[in-house]
Design a protein around this ligand. Sequence first.
Ligand SMILES: C[S@@+](CC[C@H](N)C(=O)[O-])C[C@H]1O[C@@H](n2cnc3c(N)ncnc32)[C@H](O)[C@@H]1O
Length: 266
Amino acid sequence: MSKSEVYNNSESFNPKKYSKTFLSLSSDAEPLARELTRFRLQQLHEFYEQHGPQLTGCRILEYGGGPGHVYPLISAAPYASEIVFAEYAEQNRKVAEEWRSNKSEALDLTPLFQHVVSSLESNKDENAVEQRETSVRSLITQIVPCDINESDALRDVTLPFDVVSTHFCLVTAVASVEQYTLGLQKLARLLRPGGMIVMTESIGGTFYRVEGKKLHNLHLGSTEVVQQSLVQAGFTNVSMKTMKRPPSELNDIVEYAFVTAVLASA
Ligand SMILES: C[S@@+](CC[C@H](N)C(=O)[O-])C[C@H]1O[C@@H](n2cnc3c(N)ncnc32)[C@H](O)[C@@H]1O
């Protein structure tokens, strides 16, 4: 099955099962999923707490955002003027649209908003969580297709962005480290000079599973590979926070890296 078939087919990649498996803080979720979700939300919170004030009014591109996985945007929203949500698979864009339109069948991401707003930001205002959800919904002006393996990784969208946010996307979409570096170069073209890339990457893995079905994950041998690829793609000031985790039934990834970098001026 080609990659487009994998992500466009609910038999090989079921959007809601994927979310339930990997994006959860619930006590009945896999411990890996809970830990990974906490790690991502914590790192994103710290990043925007530190850099948000300089990014006020920024345009953000969420690239390969999956089935409405807006979790990277919860901490970003207070600083954003617009968010474009790009996703490769039509079935995932449909789930994203359900969430944006607040449909009854949409994914319930409220526990993630509660964790960020009430716990990490210590905002105890009783309307704050709902207000943040409304804010992210209204900041997302477009849900558009994207493909990192095309020469234009994103089409028909106004450029540049101030922030490109992409999490576990390139590793699922490309087959080699050379293509990974090329993918980063394509993302760099969507950013203004001085703009930032914000990523979560998986190190040492070759697969992940959704409902027992194995999906491809590019093997990045170490965090240095990510660092080198970013520098080759024109980025500077690379910063990483990592979390080690033993391989499990869900995947054979051994380390997760939250990575940020700045696009060097030409
Ligand atoms: C592991 S999911 C990550 C989703 C989300 N970013 C998250 O953190 O949960 C990988 C995503 O990459 C997308 N993808 C697959 N092939 C792609 C391609 N050629 N170009 C861009 N994205 C792609 C998939 O559709 C999927 O949404």
